[in-house]
Design a protein around this ligand. Structure first.
Ligand code: GDP
Ligand code: MG
Length: 310
């Protein structure tokens, strides 16, 4: 069977979430992954902000034989996770790529790398609960979570995140320090390049401005900041340029590189390889300080879902 996106968690109309254990098991017990250590890279954030589009570049990177030309041919449509889907149709829940990728760590050990797309809801009745659940579960099961944000890092992004993280921490009742590994804020369509440059360096500037705890700050804001620092072992941020008007305005845009602005591609070439660096100590998923295997991740997935369902 051709590899492809597989919905593993779905949300019913009455706001119940359903884990498709059979499908998840097929992925996590895949012959390539079984008994290997696992890294799960996920992306979360609002609907229609280029998350799935970006994931398709992750796929290209992981498939590439030659790391230099990983981005592919100029005239090749971008396929994989469904990234347009039309304005109306979108799937709420969690979607995993059916096939693990193998990556060698610096010590030669092979690790199974999995990708996960997530989609919250816009339905105002269920937004808070459903989105908190999806985000919290994402943080719990992933080693690296990309939080995709448009334009700038706002106070409400931090508040939501802190709430989701708090919700996630409840599930792992042992209140360990840094229960989560890496959180990467990805700011799309960054407009102030003349002040703060694209990439991780600019991202660090934005992050430190936003996360600084000021002497006269309101207590709530202070709490959000200290919780974030406590919850994650590593927090970083990347500023991404606008991909160009062909990407956002042309109906027939199908993801060809030739239609994407060079600035965007240049930054993509910095962001993606960094996200999959094998020397990143937070890359392999850990639970209680121990690196876990793909089949162990399956058990944790089930356990966390059961906790949220109860
Ligand atoms: P998702 O709902 O977050 O997964 O969004 P999609 O990946 O489906 O993309 C939604 C639309 O945003 C598509 O038409 C993309 O062409 C477009 N898009 C992709 N990347 C970007 C970006 O960096 N900025 C903007 N403004 N649009 C983008
Ligand atoms: Mg999507």
């Amino acid at each position: 069977m051709e590899p492809g996106p597989v919905q593993i968690v779905s949300i019913t109309e009455d706001h119940k979430f359903i884990l498709d254990e059979k499908k998840l098991k097929e992925i996590l017990y895949h012959h390539k992954a079984r008994e290997k250590k696992v890294a799960l890279v996920s992306i979360a954030g609002d609907f229609r902000k280029g998350k799935s589009f970006l994931l398709d570049f992750f796929l290209r990177y992981l498939r590439a034989k030659d790391a230099k030309d990983w981005m592919g041919k100029e005239n090749e449509p971008l396929r994989g996770f469904d990234w347009r889907g039309g304005a109306a149709r979108h799937t709420t829940g969690m979607i995993m790529w059916s096939e693990p990728f193998l990556m060698s760590m610096p010590d030669g050990e092979e690790v199974a790398v999995l990708l996960m797309d997530t989609q919250g809801t816009f339905d105002s009745n269920s937004t808070v609960f459903v989105n908190a659940f999806i985000f919290a579960l994402t943080l719990l099961v992933s080693s690296v979570t990309v939080y995709n944000i448009m334009h700038n890092l706002q106070e409400d992004n931090l508040q939501h995140l802190s709430f989701f993280a708090e919700y996630g921490v409840l599930a792992i009742d042992a209140y360990q320090t840094s229960p989560f590994q890496q959180l990467t804020f990805l700011i799309r369509d960054w407009q102030f390049e003349y002040e703060t440059p694209y990439g991780f360096a600019g991202g660090e500037t934005v992050l430190s401005e936003r996360l600084i705890i000021r002497p006269n700050q309101h207590h709530d804001l202070e709490l959000v900041r200290s919780r974030l620092r406590q919850c994650f072992r590593k927090v970083n941020c990347f500023l991404m340029p606008h991909p160009g008007l062909k990407v956002t305005n042309r109906r027939d845009f199908d993801g060809k590189l030739e239609d994407i602005e060079q600035d965007f591609k240049d930054q993509l070439d910095k962001f993606v390889p960094d996200l999959f660096r094998s020397d990143n100590v937070n890359f392999v998923k850990e639970i209680n300080g121990e690196q876990i295997t793909s089949t162990q991740l399956f058990e944790y997935f089930r356990t966390y879902c059961a906790i949220f369902a109860s």
